[in-house]
Design a protein around this ligand. Structure first.
Ligand code: CDP
Length: 223
């Protein structure tokens, strides 16, 4: 494998992208980049500033003016900074999850964030996860995977994740929210959620995290 090449991990909500991407990055000594966190930070700012989710130019302006940074915290965890303020916990709130896909469909917002993401990966050595990494942000990446799982399983995982943080969500509601976000992300006009033609599709429904990491590491070794 070329040591400075990048790894693209895409897929829908709750497929386990973050867990897997972080582990792969740690094994390779690469930088992990969560692009969803960037869209979430812009969505949080829009909510705080009371910018309407239909105000396309207002949202684009907001993305242009906002400084979104990803930093490694003292325990090795990734912290998300919005205009210098730590918003790591706030961006995971259900109210942000409910509107983030509306913000992510705005061309001006995507243009801004994609530019930043490309710059972050310029020198290589990055594991980047999102929805359009293999197709748009890093089309030249040597290793591309698209992780998916059944909607039921993804909703179960996401509920478990939130419960660990003390946030309990009804399972039916969770499934509905995930299905709605899938629908919006897959059907938007620009950069929709689709596997890149050269991505390996991995059904994670009945695989352990370790098994998925091993499949990716195997691909990395042969790339
Ligand atoms: O963590 P989860 O799977 O819930 O989602 P996320 O990765 O935090 O992404 C949140 C939302 O940001 C997605 O539902 C997409 O609408 C948007 N997103 C995107 O459009 N493009 C990306 N590269 C990453 C996220």
């Amino acid at each position: 494998m070329v040591l400075n090449s990048n790894i693209a991990i895409d897929g829908p909500a709750g497929a386990g992208k973050s867990t897997v991407a972080k582990l792969v990055a740690r094994k390779l000594g690469f930088t992990y980049i969560d692009t969803g966190a960037m869209y979430r930070a812009i969505a949080l700012k829009a909510l705080n500033d009371e910018v309407s989710m239909n105000d396309v130019s207002g949202l684009a302006r907001l993305a242009k003016d906002a400084a979104v940074n990803l930093e490694t915290g003292p325990g090795g965890e990734i912290r998300v900074l919005l205009n210098g303020k730590d918003v790591t916990e706030q961006i995971r709130k259900p109210e942000v999850s409910r509107v983030v896909s509306l913000v992510a469909r705005v061309p001006g917002v995507r243009k801004q964030l994609i530019e930043m993401q490309k710059a972050l990966a310029e020198k290589g050595g990055v594991v980047m996860e999102g929805r359009d990494i293999g197709t748009v942000v890093l089309p030249e990446a040597k290793v591309k995977v698209f992780l998916y799982a059944s909607p039921k399983e993804r909703a179960r995982r996401r509920r478990e994740e939130l419960a660990q943080k003390g946030c309990y969500v009804d399972s039916f509601k969770m499934e509905e929210e995930i299905a709605e976000r899938d629908r919006m992300d897959s059907s938007r006009k620009i950069n929709p959620l689709v596997p890149a033609p050269d991505a390996e599709l991995i059904d994670c429904s009945s695989l352990t995290v370790e098994q998925v990491v091993n499949i990716i590491m195997e691909k990395v070794c042969h790339s």
